[in-house]
Design a protein around this ligand. Structure first.
Ligand SMILES: Nc1ncnc2c1ncn2[C@@H]1O[C@H](COP(=O)(O)OP(=O)(O)OP(=O)(O)O)[C@@H](O)[C@H]1O
Ligand SMILES: Cc1ncc(CO)c(N)n1
Length: 274
């Protein structure tokens, strides 16, 4: 156990969102709000706003390698998350460095498609994600379309979700957080499910009627990662992250003409201190 005054560090390996609502920017804001020191390895630069992705430049795998080397040699993180990875050579660089530096607590947010439909992970990279990275992870946090893509299981019912979660667990992730934001069958509710290899745990919240959900998945997985960096259990990290993302969606900032970002200040302002 580290003494309590030692600041915990979390690393995000993800793409940059110039609009500030998703990707690296969402992750670092979330880490900061949670009291964790945030670090980043940037996998791609996107020109993006609330209306869509206007341009996308993946980084070379060598610079991913170098960023992770710089961090690994000097600032070992207490937990790591991945967001947009883009292609198989970036995934290979991440997997190699995870093993080389023995970074603990990897949370994979298997980002595939942006809300406007832009592809953020090449289809050929799915195999690399499954073979190289998922087996190293403490948790994977797919939404329903991502879980379908990874498992080949069409998810309609709750039992389909459980089957997909078992399948993802079988690929080597210790915990599967299957998010319900995209589930049309639970109209007034959002139901998220956590599978730990033994039991299924559910979080049920009122669905907030808003179009400002840009970056919800990034923010949620970053909040879970912050909890793990702080030494919290997986269950407690998810529980706090649910409160954080719900507050961030509920108190949206109403900026931009399209799908606006969530409010990363909201949990601190409205809940944390009463
Ligand atoms: N309208 C909503 N009301 C309440 N909670 C929501 C709403 N939409 C999403 N959430 C919650 O936000 C979190 C992220 O879920 P979601 O399914 O939106 O992720 P995602 O699709 O991966 O996000 P992104 O589109 O940013 O990649 C989950 O905890 C989910 O329950
Ligand atoms: C850079 C980036 N990562 C993730 C997402 C998914 O929300 C996005 N839109 N942009």
């Amino acid at each position: 156990m580290q003494p309590s005054h030692v600041i915990r560090k979390a690393l995000t390996i993800a793409g940059s969102d110039s609009g500030g609502g998703a990707g690296i920017q969402a992750d670092l804001k979330t880490f900061q709000e949670m009291g964790v020191y945030g670090m980043s390895a940037i996998t791609a630069i996107t020109a993006q706003n609330t209306q869509g992705v206007q341009a996308l430049y993946p980084m070379e795998a060598s610079i991913i390698n170098e960023q992770l080397h710089s961090i690994g040699e000097d600032l070992p993180p207490d937990a790591v998350k991945t967001g947009m990875l883009g292609n198989a050579s970036i995934i290979a660089a991440v997997a190699e460095n995870m093993a080389r530096y023995r970074f603990p607590h990897l949370v994979i947010d298997p980002v595939m498609i942006a809300k406007g439909g832009s592809t953020l992970l090449q289809r050929e990279a799915l195999t690399a994600l499954i073979k190289m990275l998922i087996p190293l992870s403490v948790m994977i946090t797919p939404n329903i379309p991502e879980a379908e893509e990874l498992t080949g299981i069409r998810i309609v019912s709750l039992s389909d979700r459980e089957e997909a979660a078992r399948c993802l667990h079988g690929m080597g992730s210790d915990h599967v957080m299957l998010k319900g934001g995209h589930d049309p069958s639970t109209r007034d509710l959002v139901v998220d499910m956590l599978y730990d290899g033994t039991a299924f745990h559910y979080w049920e919240h009122q669905r907030i009627d808003t179009r400002h959900t840009h970056g919800t998945g990034c923010t949620f997985s970053a909040a879970i990662t912050a909890g793990l960096a702080q030494g919290m259990s997986v269950y407690d990290s998810v529980n706090r992250a649910k409160s954080f993302i719900h507050a961030a969606i509920e108190h949206s900032l109403e900026i931009g003409a399209g799908h606006g970002p969530t409010n990363h200040f909201a949990y601190r302002k409205h809940y944390k201190n009463g």
